[in-house]
Design a protein around this ligand. Structure first.
Ligand SMILES: [Zn+2]
Length: 235
């Protein structure tokens, strides 16, 4: 295993098989394990000379804790025909249209997807990313105007640890999964990152500006704390 290389294997945890990813880290001082909500599994980080077996021993020592955490994870929501996927916080049903053409789009409370079943998941994902880019870019432009700043560009990615970020060069990045969250949550995350274009810190002036740009700081932070892990399991 090279530095940071991941190998994943299925390991029994309290009678059920769980995906366990081994990560080699040159900087780690000791073996550690954590739950990865996006994958619904465990990540074991190994320092340079620690063995995989030593990692498994640590897992066994904490088997009860791991089993409890895995059981508490939100269920995966794959893009399948008939599945209900939240868009702006409202459930939309995936409706295949095998004979149609034109990819995937939203109509009323449905996500219509043309083509064969093998393309369905990818097309839904592309549709939601496109929608996320449109919505979050428009929101960022609106708030940037209020704050009298100009973002260099707005990117939409599949970030797993942050809902949004602001780079020193003025690039704003957002996780596409925010398009699944209610609009007030999108409003807050975008307001927060736009405020960073002025204040690259979390000081008092930053929060004052954030609250001028969005009225939803408290409710949205609470929503993300409770429902954020479920967003990571969509798709
Ligand atoms: Zn921040």
């Amino acid at each position: 295993m090279k530095a940071n290389e991941l190998t994943t294997e299925m390991v029994p945890v309290r009678g059920a098989l769980a995906p366990v990813a081994f990560r080699r880290s040159p900087r780690a001082a000791q073996i550690s394990l954590r739950i990865d909500p996006a994958q619904g599994g465990v990540v074991i980080t190994l320092p340079p000379r620690a063995s995989r077996r030593a990692g498994l021993t640590l897992l066994q020592t904490h088997e009860a804790w791991v089993a409890e955490k895995l059981a508490a994870l939100p269920r995966a929501l794959p893009f399948l025909p008939g599945a209900t996927v939240p868009v702006n916080g409202i459930g939309h049903v995936i409706r295949p249209m095998p004979a149609g053409r034109g990819g995937a789009w939203i109509e009323g409370s449905e996500i219509l997807v043309t083509g064969g079943p093998e393309f369905l998941s990818r097309r839904v994902s592309d549709c939601l990313r496109r929608l996320a880019r449109q919505r979050l870019t428009a929101l960022a432009a609106e708030k940037a105007k209020l704050a009298a700043v100009t973002p260099r560009c707005v990117r939409v990615k599949d970030t797993r640890t942050r809902w949004g970020s602001c780079a020193p060069d003025g690039t704003l990045s957002f996780c596409w999964r925010l398009v699944c969250a209610p609009e007030f949550v999108q409003d807050y995350v975008v307001g927060h990152e736009v405020a960073h274009l002025r204040h690259m810190n979390h000081g008092r002036q930053f929060w004052t500006l954030t609250e001028q740009l969005t009225a939803h700081r408290i409710a949205a932070s609470a929503w993300l704390g409770t429902h954020g892990p479920a967003l990571l399991r969509i798709g």
